[in-house]
Design a protein around this ligand. Structure first.
Ligand code: SF4
Length: 323
């Protein structure tokens, strides 16, 4: 048998083993895997980008869908309502892009990969995930989990993302691309773990070229964080809280507490908060009045577009655990 024929045989074998493993061990119960609704599949992909599967599945995904059950209903909603429903998920640009995309696409998302890529907030990963999971197109998908499996399986050390996508294409099962990609994703999440992969349970163990030094393939650059100190004023009158439109891009379109100059005798409390690359040290001060306030009743905070940072600040100031 020629070298080429041997490689093809091995790839076919790996595809077969992957599908058999997925059939019995995959996460078939995830709600976005039990729907043909492209909007629901797309929404799950956006939410899952920075948030744990269990929190998306149990909390944010059902809550968001209750409010915006269709792409059209999302397109018709105000940005304030969308941001309020996104509250707690962080990375609010995802919600703004979701809203813009719904408005541009209106009734349904395009089926064409390139058209999907042209929509706000849809990159290579999301476009391929929608094409594969939503439309069962023969297209590879590479997220962090899949990349780890591929790097180890093919022993790809210090390679560019483009190379990993090329190997994903090589391994792609054109007869069942959707389940093939889902199988790789689950294998990365459940078996081929960043630390201590469970190689003895892996369907790819026989031909995996990187299994003896698996952790070599997951070395990542150490994240660099930026420390910031923020000072906010707490002004409450008649059970209403003074808020103001958020400045800067981080929380664009949302409301936040007014920024103040710190005065020691008005100090109320402080807390730490992490947001993307920032480590924030937030200090809160009592404020007698605030002229340009948007007054929000404490009862309406759950439908107001405020960030987790603002929620935490209010919670700290009012000396409550949760709001
Ligand atoms: S054999 Fe081990 S390192 Fe290789 S793909 Fe499977 S779990 Fe990952």
């Amino acid at each position: 048998m020629s070298q080429g024929a041997v490689v093809i045989k091995k790839i076919k074998q790996a595809q077969k083993e992957l599908l058999a493993w997925y059939e019995k061990a995959g996460r078939h119960e995830l709600p976005w895997r039990n729907t043909q609704d492209i909007y629901r599949i797309y929404l799950s992909e956006i939410m899952l980008q920075q948030t744990q599967v269990s929190r998306v599945r149990d909390e944010y995904y059902p809550r968001f869908l209750e409010k915006f059950p269709t792409l059209q209903s999302l397109a018709n909603a105000s940005l304030d309502d969308v941001l309020a429903a996104w509250s707690g998920l962080g990375y609010y640009s995802r919600a703004r892009n979701l809203h813009k995309t719904a408005y541009l696409a209106q009734k349904s998302l395009p089926t064409d990969y390139k058209e999907l890529l042209s929509l706000p907030g849809i990159g290579q990963y999301t476009a391929s995930a929608v094409c594969s999971f939503g439309y069962n197109q023969s297209i590879p998908v590479v997220d962090t989990n899949i990349a780890r499996v591929l790097k180890r399986y093919f022993a790809l050390l210090h390679v560019k993302d483009k190379t990993v996508w090329e190997y994903a294409q090589k391994l792609l099962n054109h007869k069942d691309p959707k389940n093939h990609n889902l199988a790789l994703m689950d294998l990365g999440s459940l078996i081929c773990l960043p630390k201590n992969p469970k190689c003895e349970e892996c369907p790819l163990q026989q031909e995996c070229q990187g299994k003896t030094e698996a952790e070599l393939y997951t070395q990542t650059k150490k994240k660099e964080y930026e420390s910031l100190e923020l000072f906010y004023g707490i002004c409450i009158q008649n059970e209403k809280i003074a808020l103001t439109p958020a400045t800067g891009n981080m929380y664009k379109g949302m409301l936040e507490l007014p920024a103040v100059d710190p005065i020691e005798e008005d100090f109320l409390g402080s807390f730490k908060h992490s947001y993307t690359k920032y480590r924030l040290h937030v200090k809160l001060y009592h404020l007698d009045s605030f002229e340009k306030a948007i007054w929000v009743s404490t009862d309406a905070l759950h439908v107001t577009p405020i960030s987790s940072l603002t929620k935490k600040a209010l919670s700290t100031a009012l000396n409550k655990k949760t709001m």
